[in-house]
Structure formats: structure tokens, C-alpha cells
Design a protein. Structure first.
Lengths: 246, 200
């Protein structure tokens, strides 16, 4: 067992899917309160790494370990990892017909053994919806069904506010969002992160969201592995010169 | 206003004449082969929005529509064991409207056939028939869906579609990533799928 002051530690992680290597020897460490940005060309493995942390069933880990605080989560199932406090938002959250947000959130809270009575639940919903600038009845809509890109992201953030995760993984959540929506999403994430001292791992190509979230570290992933890590100056270099120079 | 009724079929052959607006709130079927014929008179509305558990059923429901009648049926079907279930809607009159929405799924290891038939007879006109069947399977394709639409009239609007799908890995991953375990995730997806048909 590895014990340290890190929140997430990925050690020599390699994985494959359908007998094809997707990630090779990934090493990454994230501490509480830090914001890390993961950058890289299309197909480099950014989204795969995000999903790998959550143990996506289509991915097969061939070597390496993932620790969350002092727990080895490498072999845990997705729901077990999520219940430890890791929250994942994909660039295109799936639509689930007939299942309402309220059912999802109440089920998730029940699985977390967080019992909230209906009055407290409604009170929280009102506060969160005000923060997100959405109607309080949003919670009664079907999961991501007939929602715009911006609404879907706000929907994910509403669930996040209820679940109170410690680490948030954002996979290109700015794709398909207009400028105002990016600002609004970034503000909510930043407020939550500062208030809860949580960590964020963000995948993005957009300078705007990166600037608004003000990350502490940057990692460049290319050819299935992290080839360079650094501080915000690396982000600046990547944004100026592109990926080809690395 | 519609009269509300439970339809409990006890005989091999049952004939029901609908002469006033009717809302069928529950269906119960026998465990022997049966046929139920429902005749809807002119200008009458038949509604039914129900969840039905089919456990070893072999039966046919035939609905005969007349002039300006309206059939509005939304069913959530849960199949268990072996079933052979048919719903037929025959439009015999003019200016009738039929809408049949079925969401079906299996419980345990069902091997079932769901057949739907829509018939718009010749010499009729201005009828509208809409039918949508959705089947949600698990692991294996255990429910076979056989939709059929026979239009013998040149003056009709008829539309039917049937989709069969499995619970996707992405749906499950999405719910799992919110901390919901697999069993509860599948239960939520099943209930949501059925509720959608019943418009809950």
C-alpha cells in the first residue's frame, strides 16, 4: 500500500481495449486543491485516461496501479470508485429516457448512504439551481434528454453539487458551449473547488476554460503516454506552438 | 368523461363491445390460449395506459375501430417466461385515429414473441394509424418483435416503427460513474423505459 499526501496517484499505468494498446506507462499525481490540465492531440489518449481512472468496462488495465488517497482503486468497479468521491463529466453525457434527474440523484445519495429528507433535498435543490441559474424543476427532467449542450453540462454540475465529490474529472466539457456558458460553468466549478478544496483534472483544448479555471499543473499526453508535465508555462507554450514541437 | 374498467379475460374467446368512451386501467390474462375481440363503435374513444406483466401468456387482442373512433393505447409490457402475444388493430371505418405505443422488456430469461398488426381496410378513407414499438433486451435478444402494417386504402396516414436494443455500456457507465451500482442502474433504466410509455 502506498501512503502519501496525494489525492490521486497513477503509477506506470498501461491499458488496452480490443487487443489494442491505448495507454502506455502513465504516471500522474494530483493533490488536494490542485487543478491539472491534460492536453494533447486528438487520439492521444486523454479521454481514455479519464475513463481509465473510473474503470470503464471496455478498458483492460495491463499494468500499473491507481491510488485514491490511501486506497488502491485499480481493480475497483466504476460505482465503487465514484462512491469514494471521484466525479466524471464527459464531453457528451448520455441521454437516459424515462429516468429523471431526481431519481438519479436520490439513488446515488442512497448508494452513498447519505440520507437527505425531502425538505432538505428541496432546499438544496433550490440553492444549487439558483447557483446554476436554472429552474428548480430542472431536477424533474429526464437525464440529458432534449437538453442543449449547455443544459447537459449544468445538469452534470447539479448532480455534482449534490454528491460533493473530492476529485472532478472534466473531459472536454467546454465542447459545444458558447462563451457565456463556458464562463458560467467555469465560475461554478471554481467556486466549488475553492470552497471544498477539491481537485480537478481537466481535458480541454479551449484557452478560455483553461484560463478561467486557472490550473496549477499541465500534462502533455502524446503517443499514448504523458511526455511532459509542468506548470502553467507549459500551457502557454502548447497554446502558442501546438503539439507538433513536442 | 370516460368509464374506467378493468379487463379480466376468463374465457378462451371474449367479445367486448365498446359503446361509450372507455379507459382500460388494468388487463388480466388467463394462463390458457385466448382471444379477445374489442369492437369500438362510431365516435367512441378507447384509452389504455397500463403496465402489464405477461407470464406464460399465449393470447391475441383484436381491436376493431369504426367511424371517427379513437384508440389511444400506451402499454408497458414486462415479459416473463415464454409468451406469444399479439395486438391487432383493424380500422374498418372512416376518419378513425389509432395510436399504439408499446415499450416491452424481459424479466429473467424470457423467450417471447410480440406481434403487432395494423390493418387499414380497403374502401375506408381518412384514417390515421400510428404505431411505435420499443423493445429493451438484456444480454441476449430474448424478445422477438414482429410488427406488421397492412394498408389497403389509398386515403390513409399510416406510420409504424419498431426498435429493439440492449442496455448500452455507456448508459450503465454513466449511472455507475455517479456511484450507482449495477443492479440499481439496470432497475432505473428498466423503470424509466416503462414509465416513458406510460408517460409518467
Amino acid at each position: 500500500m502506498i501512503v502519501g499526501d496525494f489525492m490521486l496517484k497513477i503509477q506506470n499505468l498501461s491499458l488496452k481495449a480490443d487487443n489494442k494498446e491505448l495507454l502506455n506507462n502513465i504516471n500522474l499525481e494530483i493533490n488536494e486543491g490542485e487543478i491539472h490540465v491534460l492536453m494533447g492531440p486528438n487520439g492521444a489518449g486523454k479521454s481514455t485516461l479519464c475513463k481509465a481512472i473510473l474503470s470503464h468496462p471496455s478498458l483492460e488495465k495491463t499494468s500499473g496501479q491507481i491510488y485514491f488517497f490511501d486506497k488502491n482503486i485499480t481493480a475497483l468497479k466504476t460505482d465503487e470508485i465514484a462512491r469514494l468521491g471521484i466525479y466524471y463529466i464527459s464531453q457528451s453525457p448520455v441521454e437516459i429516457e424515462g429516468v429523471k434527474n431526481i431519481e438519479l440523484i436520490r439513488s446515488a445519495l442512497r448508494n452513498l448512504n447519505k440520507h437527505i429528507d425531502i425538505f432538505e433535498f428541496n432546499k438544496k435543490n433550490k440553492i444549487f439551481c439558483e447557483q446554476l441559474n436554472i429552474d428548480k424543476d430542472f431536477i424533474h427532467r429526464e437525464i440529458n434528454v432534449n437538453m442543449s449542450g449547455g443544459e447537459k453540462k449544468k445538469n452534470e454540475l447539479l448532480t455534482m453539487l449534490f454528491l460533493q465529490p473530492k476529485l472532478i474529472i472534466l473531459d472536454e466539457i467546454d465542447s459545444g458551449l458558447d462563451i457565456d456558458s463556458i464562463k458560467s460553468v467555469a465560475k461554478i466549478l471554481k467556486n466549488y473547488q475553492e470552497k471544498n478544496n477539491c481537485a480537478i483534472l481537466i481535458v480541454s483544448h479551449q484557452e478560455m476554460l483553461i484560463k478561467l479555471l486557472n490550473p496549477t499543473f499541465c500534462h502533455l499526453i502524446k503517443n499514448k503516454t504523458i511526455i511532459k508535465s509542468g506548470d502553467t508555462s507549459l500551457i502557454k507554450t502548447i497554446l502558442e506552438k501546438g503539439f507538433a514541437n513536442f | 368523461m370516460s368509464k374506467e374498467e378493468k379487463i379480466i379475460i376468463k374465457d378462451k374467446n371474449t367479445n367486448i363491445n365498446v359503446s361509450e368512451n372507455l379507459n382500460i386501467i388494468e388487463w388480466k390474462f388467463p394462463d390458457f390460449p385466448f382471444q379477445c375481440n374489442i369492437y369500438i363503435e362510431d365516435n367512441i374513444i378507447l384509452n389504455s395506459h397500463c403496465l402489464i406483466h405477461l407470464n406464460g401468456i399465449n393470447g391475441k387482442i383484436n381491436i376493431y375501430s369504426q367511424n371517427k373512433s379513437i384508440v389511444n393505447i400506451s402499454l408497458g409490457l414486462i415479459f416473463k417466461n415464454e409468451n406469444n402475444f399479439l395486438i391487432k388493430n383493424v380500422l374498418n371505418g372512416n376518419e378513425a385515429y389509432s395510436k399504439i405505443l408499446i415499450h416491452a422488456l424481459e424479466e429473467d430469461d424470457s423467450k417471447s414473441i410480440l406481434k403487432t398488426v395494423g390493418i387499414i381496410n380497403e374502401k375506408t378513407k381518412d384514417n390515421e394509424f400510428l404505431e411505435q414499438i420499443k423493445v429493451l433486451n438484456f444480454k441476449k435478444q430474448n424478445i422477438t418483435c414482429l410488427p406488421e402494417l397492412l394498408v389497403y386504402s389509398n386515403e390513409a396516414i399510416a406510420n409504424h416503427n419498431a426498435t429493439i436494443r440492449n442496455i448500452s455500456i455507456d448508459e450503465l457507465f454513466y449511472l455507475n460513474s455517479k456511484g450507482i451500482n449495477n443492479d440499481l442502474a439496470i432497475k432505473l433504466i428498466k423503470e424509466g423505459f416503462l414509465n416513458k410509455a406510460l408517460n409518467k
